[in-house]
Design a protein around this ligand. Structure first.
Ligand code: PEP
Ligand code: CO
Length: 461
């Protein structure tokens, strides 16, 4: 991206001249201004050379040389900013990446949905319960999930609390990784206490053993230690939704002569805010980070082409990731046209499948859930359709947690709707628990690694 031109008709606030969807309404404008001003003086959470390093890796992923694993909570919560939770989430992402590395035989780019995933788009501005209507919960950066007028009042101070928690999270993640938490020489540290399903545990153990064996073999043959294996890279991402706070973290880097959003490595535009004339596209076009855009069934081929024109007119490698989330019922119908539309522009994107957001359903009892089979089915369809169309699926985007929650049904332990009440903790979308997430990674690795074979799923174990 080093030769990207500086945009002359853009600065971090030009978005304010466009319609901005999904922004909260604050009662006290002065308090909001003060909070945003404080935020803009605080140091950045990430630095531009890390952002550039991620762009380079995503460019490799576009060429099929790496694979993106992006995952984490739908919405992080302030309450969950504590050590066990962060460590467990990091661990499951690392374990999934190990499994994918072994199965796909290529390096995995790890991007967390964390350290800033605190603002949520909502389908309605208000929520009504028992005849009482209050503003919708929009994430811990904006208001609180409880159902009282005080909880739901947008509070500008929460932007600062969210920034601080992002910094605390990232600090802990960086320390764990620097301290050897993810050292491939010690995969036995990556324990599987959460895995209750024995065949899954055995299958995972085999993968870990085979990696350890290959590493031993290489090291004894070459007489060298595989240094690259003693540390892994981890990047952060969140939906760049709350534009005042994103703007406050946008900095001009003199050395690079470009603007960056330094609150995260890879912000993305959600499906509800991807209007071509909207404020979000205007804001995103001027920052130099690699960016994602969610692509849903309601988007047209022309819309995608316009997004490419607006967000990556110079066709810079690694810059643009399209995260499609059609759902199992629409992917066959919609993905081929999208691939053709992008190809017609001559521009490169990284194609990633989010098999979560198009597969949300509500049970008869009113609980939001997703079925493991639909999630797996959409990822499999994505691999196959890209292959059939001469394109390539370069990553997956998953909502998951390291906790033993019961929010999605199915998986090796066969969770049913009756299990949902037991440990349903998400304030927003249902996540895969650690066991389901690892199983998904194993199934992706097996099938993608072996080439797609239609038919019945191979059984694990
Ligand atoms: C999300 O990723 O949590 C989300 C809201 O996704 P989408 O914009 O694809 O609906
Ligand atoms: Co979500």
């Amino acid at each position: 991206m080093s030769n990207s031109p500086t945009l002359t008709n853009w600065h971090p606030a030009t978005w304010a001249g466009r319609p901005a969807a999904q922004q909260p309404t604050y009662a006290d404008g002065l308090a909001l201004q003060r909070a945003v001003a404080s935020l803009s003086r605080l140091p950045p959470l990430v630095v531009s050379w890390e952002v550039e390093a991620l762009t380079a890796k995503l460019a490799q992923a576009q060429r099929g040389e790496q694979f993106l694993l992006q995952g984490g909570d739908c919405a992080e919560s302030f309450e969950d900013c504590e050590s066990d939770n962060i460590a467990r989430r990091l661990k499951i992402l690392l374990q999934m990446s190990l499994v994918l590395l072994q199965g796909l035989k290529k390096p995995i780019v790890r991007v967390g949905r964390f350290a800033g995933q605190y603002a949520k788009p909502r389908s309605a501005d208000t929520e009504t319960r028992d005849g009482i209507t209050l503003p919708s919960y929009r994430g811990d950066n904006v208001n609180r999930p409880g159902f009282t007028p005080a909880d739901r009042e947008p509070d500008p101070q929460l932007l600062l609390r969210g920034y601080e928690r992002s910094a605390l999270t990232l600090n802990f993640v960086r320390a764990l990784i620097d301290g050897g938490f993810a050292d491939l020489h010690h995969p036995e540290y990556w324990d599987l206490g959460f895995l209750h399903h024995a065949p899954l545990r055995d299958a995972y153990q085999q993968i870990v053993d085979s990696i350890a064996e290959s590493m031993d073999f290489f090291e004894s043959m070459s007489g060298q230690r595989v240094h690259a294996a003693s540390r892994v890279d981890f990047y952060t991402s969140h939906e760049g939704l709350h534009l005042l706070s994103e703007q406050a973290q946008t900095r001009y880097i003199e050395r690079q002569k470009r603007w960056y959003n330094l609150s995260t490595h890879m912000p993305w535009i959600g499906m509800r805010t991807a209007n071509i004339d909207g404020a979000h596209v205007e804001y995103f076009r001027g920052i130099s980070n690699p960016i994602g855009v969610k692509v849903g069934a309601s988007m047209s081929a022309e819309w995608l082409q316009e997004l490419i024109q607006a967000l990556n007119p110079q066709n810079q490698p690694g810059r643009l990731t399209f995260i499609h989330r059609f759902g199992i019922k629409d992917i066959e119908k919609r993905l081929p046209d999208m691939i053709h539309a992008v190809r017609a522009t001559g521009s490169q994107v990284l194609w990633v499948c989010d098999p979560m957001h198009g597969n949300t359903e509500t049970t008869a009892g009113g609980v939001k859930t997703r079925r493991f089979d639909n999630i797996l089915g959409e990822v499999e369809a994505a691999f196959r359709i890209h292959r059939e169309e001469g394109s390539m699926l370069g990553g997956v985007h998953i909502e998951l947690t390291g906790e033993d929650v019961t929010e999605c049904t199915g998986g090796a332990r066969g969770l049913t709707e009756n299990d949902l009440a037991r440990a349903y903790r998400s304030q927003v979308d249902p996540r895969l628990n650690a066991e389901q997430a690892l199983e998904l990674a194993m199934l992706i690795a097996r099938r993608a690694g072996a080439g797609y074979r239609p038919g019945k799923a191979p059984r694990l174990g």
